[in-house]
Design a protein around this ligand. Structure first.
Ligand code: ADP
Ligand code: MG
Ligand code: ZN
Length: 612
């Protein structure tokens, strides 16, 4: 707000100065001041055409241009001042020589209308500026107010014939979701079929899934496929500074959609307004959020079901949504959009390499295999990074090595040019070898794909492990293995140097998260028991979720698990000291080790460590 007022004030001052200077320029200043003596001479010579006079100030015009005695150049227009003591008979002289005398200063010669206009200019500009800001602040002032700056009513997304529209062909790997939305589209196209069967369509479909899984893309595709008007809005657009605006926008949106029903309304990122209402009460704009949400709920309740307006919403955080949203009759159909499986990834890669010339050695099946957990957005980014690399290298086609380098960049972060002292390099080599060796030793752990001590992003080194196939549930043993692996870096430093450095911050965050989940959410601690003792939303205050004694127990159990794992990590590394040294040495020489090389150097066979 403060910034806006500053802007307003500065604009006002600038406008004022401009107008002031402009008026001055137009008014006077462009005619030279001459001495009264010179003026008298011109009168005597009969060279004065006309004068305007007010008091003793005289402005006038000559018949013929004369040399300016004081300045340079010639002048025809002039101004001068008659001294009070001058007792010449000026009037007689002028009269005798037929000079037109007007008793008014020349400024007003412009006429009443133009003067009026000129003086209105600053006001007009100020009002314009004010409206501009009012629009940005108020957006619409609401349907009720209907004052200045009102926005046009919402319009359906237009499918201009020329532009390329998104269709289901642009979406891959989430077929089950497509199926659900197909139903919706089908209902809108043939409502009679459903009505005859007595089937009611869901009023709202909620797409829930992590960022980048293609929810927005899917909605765009529905718009492209649906033969019905499609209204799209992002929930954050509803929220403005002024309470009540959001609600009125929602009302307007639904009213427009009803007019052209059957139709679809899409609300993206609905968690911005749909958060559980009891928390975060102190955040400003809270009332506004609540009102907007209530309005959406009211509108959805108001549907009779046969109107044929279907609301699709998307969220990254279904877990924090107000339960009122997912009640029957509202967003009662929740569709989970999950990251794609291997086949899905391959299909998505095909979509995003449609326009990229690929060389023969590129095997998208292989790329799909090495990218578990990556979302559609990640894969799109991967394809693009590879293309960028190929351009940078002046190639005609994207090769397999471009893709693998791009993958490295996407998975591990961009390389950083950082000259590390030898001491730190050695320490990093041992740290990463610790992670990697424990990962390799652990039965059933995700295989180690890559180890590097090239600094990337915030990390000095990276060990990358990804699962062979997607896992959807994790055993306690696997989770302990993850903790042991994550503690491996710290343990290696402890075993080799006897001291620990700051390089383990991220590792510890990861460890804490897993341990907290095991104890408080997944029922893996006998002492805490089979309770979900902590909310899954880290933004909620812990204190509200459990009794102090439970929190104590959680803390205690987390410590126990992590301590046990750390013991085990140190023990294992001491037992396998030779392999640790070998790995660290190889890393110092090569900087980066691929999966096969890493396992060979550690003397561990991948096959024997396969999951039972
Ligand atoms: P979300 O809204 O779920 O966060 P988006 O729909 O914005 O994700 O996806 C971002 C981009 O990622 C899309 O524009 C698209 O290029 C790509 N993408 C994501 N999922 C898919 C998919 N299933 N198929 C094809 N492309 C996808
Ligand atoms: Mg989105
Ligand atoms: Zn580490």
């Amino acid at each position: 707000m403060r910034g806006r007022w500053w802007g307003l004030a500065v604009t006002a001052v600038i406008v004022f100065l401009l107008v002031y200077v402009g008026l001055n320029y137009l008014g006077q200043g462009n005619e030279p001041t001459i001495s009264y003596t010179e003026f008298s001479r011109q009168v005597d010579e009969g060279n004065v055409e006309k004068i305007y006079s007010k008091g003793d100030a005289i402005q006038g015009q000559l018949k013929e241009a004369r040399d300016d005695p004081d300045g340079d150049g010639e002048y025809t227009k002039f101004k001068t001042q008659r001294p009070a003591f001058a007792d010449d008979d000026l009037w007689q002289s002028l009269d005798r020589r037929d000079v037109t005398v007007t008793a008014q200063p020349v400024v007003q010669q412009r006429g009443l209308v133009s003067n009026l206009l000129l003086s209105l200019v600053p006001i007009v500009i100020l009002v314009a500026v004010w409206i501009f800001f009012a629009r940005r602040i108020g957006g619409g002032m609401g349907g009720a107010g209907g004052m200045l700056g009102r926005k046009a009513p919402p319009k359906p997304v237009e499918l201009r014939p020329g532009t390329q529209r998104t269709t289901f062909a642009d979406v891959a790997g989430i077929d089950e979701v497509k199926g659900e939305l197909d139903d919706v589209v089908d209902f809108l196209e043939h409502p009679d079929l459903y009505r005859r069967m007595g089937a009611k369509m869901p009023r709202g479909v909620l797409l829930a899934g992590s960022p980048g899984t293609g929810k927005t893309l899917l909605a765009r595709a529905v718009a492209g496929e649906a033969g019905v008007p499609f209204f799209s809005a992002s929930a954050s657009e509803f929220i403005e500074m002024i309470v009540g605006v959001g609600a009125s926008r929602v009302r307007e949106l639904f009213a427009e959609a009803r007019k052209v029903a059957p139709s679809i309304i899409f609300i993206d990122e609905i968690d911005t307004i749909g958060r559980v209402r009891s928390t975060g009460a102190s955040v400003s704009g809270h009332d506004e959020r609540e009102q907007t949400l209530n309005q959406i709920l009211t509108e959805m309740d108001g549907f009779s079901g046969s109107e044929g307006v279907i609301v699709i919403a998307a969220t990254n955080r279904a877990d924090i949504l107000d339960p009122a949203l997912t009640r029957p009759g509202r967003f009662d159909r929740v569709v989970n959009v999950s990251p794609p499986d291997r086949g899905g990834r391959e299909a998505i890669l095909r979509i995003h390499t449609r326009e990229i010339p690929l060389s023969d050695d590129v095997d998208l099946v292989q790329v799909a295999r090495t990218t578990p957990g990556m979302t559609g957005a990640d894969l799109a980014n991967l394809a693009n990074e590879a293309a960028l690399l190929a351009v940078k290298r002046g190639q005609e086609q994207v090769t397999a090595s471009d893709l693998s380098e791009a993958l490295e960049k996407v998975q591990l972060g961009a390389e950083r040019t950082l000259v590390m002292p030898e001491e730190d390099r050695r320490r990093t080599a041992y740290h990463e070898s610790g992670h990697a060796l424990l990962g390799m030793l652990q039965a059933g752990a995700d295989p180690v794909r890559k180890i590097t001590i090239v600094p990337r992003g915030r990390a000095l080194g990276v060990t990358l492990s990804t699962p062979e196939v997607e896992r959807y549930a994790h055993s306690e043993e696997y989770l302990r293995g993850r903790i042991i692996g994550a503690l491996g870096g710290m343990a290696a430093e402890q075993v080799i140097y006897g001291v620990v450095t700051t390089g383990a911050e991220n590792d510890l965050e990861q460890v804490s998260n897993i341990a907290r989940g095991m104890v408080a959410r997944w029922g893996m601690s006998p002492r805490v028991g089979r309770l979900s003792a902590l909310p899954s939303d880290a933004q909620q205050a812990y204190g509200l979720a459990a009794a102090p004694a439970t929190l104590d127990a959680i803390d205690h159990e987390m410590r126990r698990i992590v301590d046990e794992c750390y013991e085990e990590a140190c023990l294992k590394l001491r037992d396998h000291r030779g392999q640790l040294d070998a790995l660290a040495q190889a890393l110092l020489e090569n900087e980066t080790l691929e999966e096969a090389a890493a396992y060979r150097i550690a003397g561990i066979s991948r096959l024997t460590k396969k999951e039972p």
